[in-house]
Ligand binder design. Structure first.
Ligand code: HEC
Length: 157
C-alpha cells in the first residue's frame, strides 16, 4: 500500500481504533507491561525459533511453548520480546498463567520457563549479556546458576 493511501486509511479508522484502544487500556490497566507500539513491533517479527541445535528435551519443551503461548497472541510476541533473564521469564509466565482461560498447568509452565530461559541465553545472547553486566551481583549469580541448572538437567536427556 502506498504511504498516502495508508495515511488516508488510518485517518478513516482512527476514531474506531481510539474507541477500541480505550477498552483495551481499561482491561489491561493492572497488567500492561509495555506500550502498544512495542507489542506491535514484537508481533511483527519472526514467529518461530530454530531449535535444531538445542538439547532434545528442550526441543520438546518448545512444542509446549508453541501450543500454550499462542492462545491469545501469536508466538512472535514472546519470540521477539525483550525479556531475557530467567527471573523475568518465571515472573512473566506466572502472569500469563493467571490470565483467565490460559489453561497452563504448573508442569507446563516449568517446561516453558526452562525453554525460554535457555533460549534467551543463546538466541538473545547480546541482550542477555548486557542485562547481566548491569544486574546486581546477586541477581547476576542467580541468573547464571539458573541457566546452569537447566543445562545440567537437560544435558543427559
Ligand atoms: C489468556 C491469554 C494469554 C495467554 C494464554 C498468553 N498470553 Fe502473553 N499476553 C497476553 C496479553 C493480553 C498481553 C498484553 C500485555 C499484558 O496484558 O500483559 C500479552 C503479552 C505478552 C508479552 C509481551 C509483554 C511485554 O511486556 O513485553 C509476552 C512476552 C508474552 N505475552 C508471553 C507469553 C507467554 C510466554 C505465554 C505462554 C506461557 C503467553 N504469553 C500466553 C495474553 C496471553
Amino acid at each position: 500500500m502506498k504511504m498516502n493511501h495508508m495515511l488516508a486509511l488510518l485517518a478513516l479508522i482512527s476514531p474506531v481504533a481510539a474507541l477500541i484502544a480505550t477498552d483495551v487500556a481499561r482491561a489491561d490497566d493492572d497488567v500492561a507491561a509495555v506500550s502498544k507500539e512495542k507489542l506491535a513491533q514484537f508481533d511483527a517479527g519472526p514467529s518461530s525459533i530454530d531449535v535444531s541445535a538445542y538439547p532434545a528435551g528442550l526441543q520438546k519443551n518448545y512444542s509446549v511453548f508453541r501450543e500454550k503461548c499462542t492462545l491469545c497472541h501469536t508466538l512472535a510476541r514472546p519470540v521477539n520480546c525483550e525479556f531475557v533473564l530467567p527471573d523475568e521469564w518465571s515472573r512473566y509466565i506466572k502472569r500469563m498463567m493467571h490470565k483467565p482461560g490460559s489453561m497452563i498447568s504448573p508442569g507446563q509452565a516449568k517446561k516453558i520457563y526452562e525453554f525460554l530461559a535457555f533460549d534467551s541465553s543463546v538466541r538473545k545472547k547480546a541482550l542477555f549479556d548486557e542485562r547481566l553486566s548491569k544486574a546486581a551481583p546477586a541477581d547476576k549469580a542467580d541468573a547464571q546458576s539458573r541457566i546452569k541448572e537447566i543445562l545440567d538437567a537437560y544435558a543427559q536427556k
